[in-house]
Design a protein around this ligand. Structure first.
Ligand code: F6P
Length: 554
């Protein structure tokens, strides 16, 4: 099957060379000065779309930088890559699959062909199946074994079958329907199961076993633990179908687990795990906020899909964010990117974007298998503001690394408490301002003199007070968090990650790297429990296995 043409080695392109030269010419570029020189810099380097406002004026760029980056994207065939993605071409080449999460948010009536078959009727059918289930649970018609309505829904899943749904259902808590609480069980750590089970009653709990493959160790172990707990609490095998449903593309394995076929919500191999919250993997979201809000989420994502496909790159939010990431990663040596939501409800977005970005773009070979010639995906980290200001922001301000940051903040809070939201917003803005302005030696000395310190003391302290500044950030402002705007925000980052992969020429939709650990986990386990007596491949692992065995002997 045809796939769009990529030049393969992006670093060999003339625009790449031009960007290197341009980067050298910006060695002493100062954002402070750029703002002083151009009163319109904010207007030139900001835009709004899909309910989001992006200010990217606090970056180490000029309009020429933006134009060169846009040329790079065009030379790499990003326009064709975007079309290929939406048209369902097998852009996940190593698995010979399309990546069509965008089909999940398309309106009724649209057609999307996979291997010549329109997948949209099936997408709509599953949305109906979800609507039916969610309605029955919310209306108290879905009953547990003792005929009591469901009060608690537990999503058992990990990775993409956990992080996206958790982010969205918790971010949209102000939209939660009364009566049903959502919980997440992801880790295989028994303590996590233990703590959760203590809060639940089996007769009123519905477990969603959420696993595209239905073969993920952590999920299967937790599902088995939940099942044993349910039976121990008084549930019976015969009534199990009232308490366990599944979302999976592996229907056979879900049936073998004991889940009724009509309670299995399908998934498709053209939806990657970390892109799956828009599918039935989003059931816990729908259980929490209801189907009409879930559909609003989808339509917000759809509006971003439209924007991504149609906006010129100079005004295209995901493309601009992708290009800025490439600018810092490939031309300034940045190795990480901070995601800093200034909103309690968005506190899990960093974790979701960590999987989205790092599992997608943590790659070292091109689509055709040859090694990449430049850095690819960055380390994504961060967390909720203001908490981070009292923890790791010190390194952002005065550390030796250049770490671009995305600040995300809503203008309106759902929970106004005195002037807390004004302060939260002010802190968000002042952090990006401090990163940009820094504090010069002169300013530091003037400040110390003003405190009445003698010259020797001023000179001793001044170096510690200097803050380099000129550190880049984007600020994304939402008027208020809503299903629509959140859908657009998450879809924006999905497209950013894809745009970067298309420019680098890598595959954003496979994740072979995580497989080795899974395989080795099995042989380490066999040695720990004594099923395998030969020594491990290396002395360190063998030593650590023996340490465990020594503690668990007898
Ligand atoms: O191991 C990585 C991974 O395959 C992720 O890509 C995926 O989101 C997660 O595990 C869970 O997979 P599944 O939904 O098949 O249980």
């Amino acid at each position: 099957m045809a796939y769009y043409q990529h030049p393969l080695d992006v670093t060999a392109l003339p625009t790449w060379q031009a960007l290197q030269e341009h980067r050298a010419s910006l060695q002493s570029f100062s954002m402070r000065e750029a703002f002083n020189m151009d009163a319109q810099r904010f207007e030139h380097l900001s835009l709004s779309s899909c309910g989001l406002f992006l200010d990217y004026s606090k970056n180490l760029i000029t309009l020429e930088t933006r134009d060169l980056l846009v040329s790079l994207a065009k030379e790499c065939g990003l326009e064709q890559a975007i079309r290929a993605q939406f048209d369902g071409e097998p852009i996940n080449a190593s698995e010979a699959r399309p990546a069509l999460h965008t089909a999940l948010r398309r309106p009724i009536g649209d057609k999307v062909l996979v291997d010549g078959v329109d997948v949209m009727p099936e997408v709509q059918r599953v949305l109906h199946q979800m609507t039916e289930l969610v309605g029955r649970v919310h209306d108290g018609l879905w009953r547990g074994y003792s005929e009591k309505p469901i009060t608690d829904v537990v999503n058992i899943g990990i990775g993409g079958s956990f992080l996206g749904p958790q982010l969205v259902s918790e971010a949209l808590l102000p939209f939660a329907q009364r009566g049903v609480r959502c919980h997440y069980l992801a880790n295989i750590d028994g303590s996590s199961f233990h703590e959760l089970a203590a809060k639940l009653r089996a007769e009123t709990t519905l477990f969603i076993v959420s696993s595209k493959s239905f073969s993920t160790l952590e999920t299967l172990k937790n599902a088995q633990a939940a099942r044993s707990w349910y039976l121990a609490q008084g549930g019976s095998e015969a009534e199990l179908y009232r308490h366990f449903i599944a979302v999976s593309s592996n229907t056979r394995a879900a049936v073998a687990f004991g889940i009724h076929e009509e309670n299995i919500f399908p998934m498709w191999d053209w939806v990657g795990g970390r892109y799956s919250l828009w599918s039935a993997i989003g059931l816990p979201i729908a259980m929490s906020i209801g189907m009409s809000n879930f559909k609003e989420l989808l339509s917000g994502a759809y509006s971003m899909d439209e924007h991504f496909q149609s906006a010129p790159f100079e005004q295209n939010m995901p493309v601009l964010l992708a290009l800025l990431g490439i600018w810092y990663g490939n031309f300034w040596g940045a190795q990480s990117q901070a995601i800093l939501p200034y909103d309690h409800y968005l506190r899990n977005i960093t974790k979701h974007l960590q999987q989205l970005d790092m599992e997608s773009n943590g790659k070292s070979v091109l689509q055709d298998g040859r090694p990449v010639q430049c850095a690819t995906g960055p380390v994504i980290w961060g967390g909720v503001g203001c908490n981070g200001q009292h923890a790791y922001h010190q390194l952002l301000h005065q550390g030796t690394q250049l770490i671009p940051a995305d600040f995300i903040v809503p203008v309106v809070s759902y929970n106004p408490v005195a002037d807390h939201h004004q302060w939260l917003y002010a802190n968000c803005l002042s952090q990006s301002q401090a990163l940009m302005l820094g504090k010069t030696r002169e300013e530091a000395e003037a400040e110390l003199h003003a405190q009445g310190l003698d010259e020797a003391e001023v000179q001793r302290l001044a170096p510690h007070k200097v803050i380099p500044g000129n550190r880049p950030s984007n600020t994304l402002v939402l008027e208020r968090i809503s299903p629509r705007r959140l859908g657009a925000l998450v879809a924006m980052y999905e497209h950013k990650v894809f745009a970067q992969s298309a420019i680098w020429g890598i595959n954003a939709f496979d994740q072979w790297g995580v497989e080795l650990g899974k395989e080795l986990g099995k042989s380490v386990y066999s040695r720990m429990v004594g099923d395998e007596t030969s020594a491990a491949e290396d002395g360190s692992t063998q030593g650590l296995v023996e340490f465990f065995r020594g503690r668990h002997r007898g």
